[in-house]
Design a protein around this ligand. Structure first.
Ligand code: BES
Ligand code: MN
Ligand code: ZN
Length: 519
């Protein structure tokens, strides 16, 4: 993981591979952003016109490298586009800073050390730049190269050491312009470091191929991290699940040679006044089961445990930050496979709640594992439950690849979650739970079917889950099927592959709850 420090060094004197500056898109061409004054001066005040000559506009995400001014210890200046000039020169919004820092960090892969002289006005900006840089520097290369130990390759990634063309992530970032001795700036860096380390671990888990990450392996990773950070962990294996009557989780996992798990992670604070429960869909591979997905729809289905990865990262983050709120994470882990023992379309499952479900489509498996976990989570009577799931292709159809849908049984809570997501830079949108769609899940045989009308399929899934929320408990459901996994080119601080969607929303929700801002 990239190391981040606050530095008082002048840009000219910093021993580094590059100095990063911000450039905004002005009405008459590129405008050098705050924080780069000394760099601009070293170019005789001509940095903007040099950039313009090179074809730079200051557009968001644009990256331009130029030789550093003479006298600089670093050989290169990298200008990263910030987009439109804000009304007040110092007031770049947090996500603009995050995205610019992320794009710059990614562009510097293969180098060792960079100084970031981006426009930082306060501690919140320091946190945003730190977060963006640490997320943007991420790369997943565990499966590239010959896999030999790289200790002798002095910190180079396996891929690079093996000469397979992969570039090691930027190793060190020095933030210039932040205040190293200021408590608020230091705290912002500590928070960003903790959250991005956990978020990047979630990305690693999502990117790990499903032959190496089955439910048991995921549970082991979660258990080890929980122990390290003082989080209590309980794992229900297939025997315990059978004994407990978890028909939903078992029904999904029964077709696989790798048995399912339900993991409970409990972070408690002696100063907590509230209790949040986070529930994550953890299908380590979704083949569709007997209702097998066609080719073209299953290549990325290792990402179907992204909800559980997000919940895991959020609980460990809460522990590392010492938040004054109790947070319980539930990871509903199973592999959805077709086999002679797999659940058939037409089978009826008796769920942990006691309700019966007719499985009409074994590819609608996420709601089955989540239903059991939500019922179980409800027993503790938390103040709120938030589930996170790559639940439906329909939500992707509705909102595209970057936005998650938020459904809830409480309008005010749905609005709060939406606002919190906005604040941390995670695009989301509130979605309804239209009552009339419930009828579509009527089953002639069982209490409910696991499928309803095709139209509004994301909302149908939300309505199904709502049936399993304990009486009187506030609940929200995040369908992250779109943003969980990025099949397109990287952008801002978002890499290709697993993104860590919803982690930062959950962490901020816990922080806000701890601060007494909610309910
Ligand atoms: N894991 C999928 C949803 C999904 C699709 C996530 C694409 C990410 C990208 C889920 O289990 C699923 O298969 N849902 C079905 C439900 C249908 C059978 C009612 C779907 O969306 O088609
Ligand atoms: Mn499925
Ligand atoms: Zn699925």
């Amino acid at each position: 993981m990239t190391a981040l420090t606050l530095s008082t060094a002048a840009a000219s004197g910093l021993r580094a591979d590059a100095i990063v500056v911000g450039v905004a898109k002005g009405a008459k061409g590129p405008v050098v952003a705050l924080g780069a004054e000394s760099v601009d001066k070293a170019y005789d005040g001509k940095l903007a016109s040099v950039l313009e000559t090179l074809g730079a506009s200051g557009g968001e995400g644009e990256v331009t490298k130029l030789p550093a001014p003479s006298g600089f210890k670093a050989p290169v200046v990298l200008a990263v586009g910030l987009g439109a000039v804000p009304e007040k020169d110092s007031a770049y919004d947090a996500d603009t800073l995050r995205r610019a820092a992320g794009a710059a960090a990614r562009a510097l892969a293969g180098t060792k050390r960079a100084g970031f002289a981006l426009p930082i006005a306060d501690a919140a900006d320091t946190g945003a730049v730190a977060e963006g840089a640490l997320l943007g520097a991420y790369s997943f290369d565990a499966y590239k190269g010959d896999g030999k130990d790289t200790k002798s390759a002095k910190g180079k990634g396996k891929a690079e050491a093996a000469g397979k063309g992969g570039k090691a992530p930027l190793a060190e970032v020095a933030l210039l312009g932040a205040k190293p001795r200021d408590k608020a700036h230091k705290a912002a860096v500590e928070r960003a470091t903790a959250v991005t380390e956990e978020l990047n671990r979630a990305r690693d888990l999502i990117n790990t191929p499903p032959n190496d990450l089955n439910p048991e392996a995921f549970a082991a990773v979660a258990g080890a991290a929980a122990k390290e950070h003082g989080v209590k962990v309980q794992v229900l294996d297939e025997k315990a699940l059978a004994k407990g009557g978890f028909g939903g989780i078992l029904g999904v996992g029964v077709g696989s040679d790798a048995p399912p798990r339900l993991v409970k992670l409990s972070y408690t604070s002696s100063k907590a006044k509230k209790h949040l429960a986070f529930v994550g869909k953890g299908i380590t591979y979704d083949s569709g089961g007997i209702s097998l997905k066609p080719a073209g729809h299953n290549e990325t289905m290792k990402c179907d445990m992204s909800g559980a990865a997000a919940v895991f990262a959020a609980v460990i983050s809460a522990a590392r930050l010492g938040l004054e709120v109790n947070v319980t994470g539930w990871l509903a882990l199973a592999e959805n496979m077709p086999s002679g023992s797999a659940t058939r379309p037409g089978d009826v499952l008796r769920m942990y709640s006691g309700k019966t479900v007719e499985v009409l489509n074994t590819d609608a498996e996420g709601r089955l594992v989540l239903a059991d976990a939500i019922t179980k989570a409800s027993e503790d009577k938390p103040d709120a439950i938030v589930d996170v799931a790559t639940l439906t292709g329909a939500m992707m159809m509705a909102l595209g690849g970057r936005t998650f849908g938020i459904m809830a049984n409480d309008d005010a809570f749905r609005t709060s979650v939406h606002e919190i997501a906005e604040e941390v830079g995670e695009p989301s949108w509130p979605m309804p739970l239209p009552e009339h769609l419930l009828k579509g899940m009527d089953s002639p045989t069982a209490d409910i079917a696991n499928m309803g009308e095709r139209m509004g399929g994301g909302l149908v899934a939300g309505l199904f889950l709502r049936e399993f929320v304990g009486e009187g408990i506030t609940w929200a459901h995040l369908d992250i099927a779109g943003p969980a996994y990025n099949e397109a080119a990287p952008f801002g601080y978002t890499p290709k592959g697993g993104t860590g969607s919803a982690v930062r929303t959950l962490v901020r929700l816990a922080e806000r709850t701890a601060a007494g801002d909610l309910g």
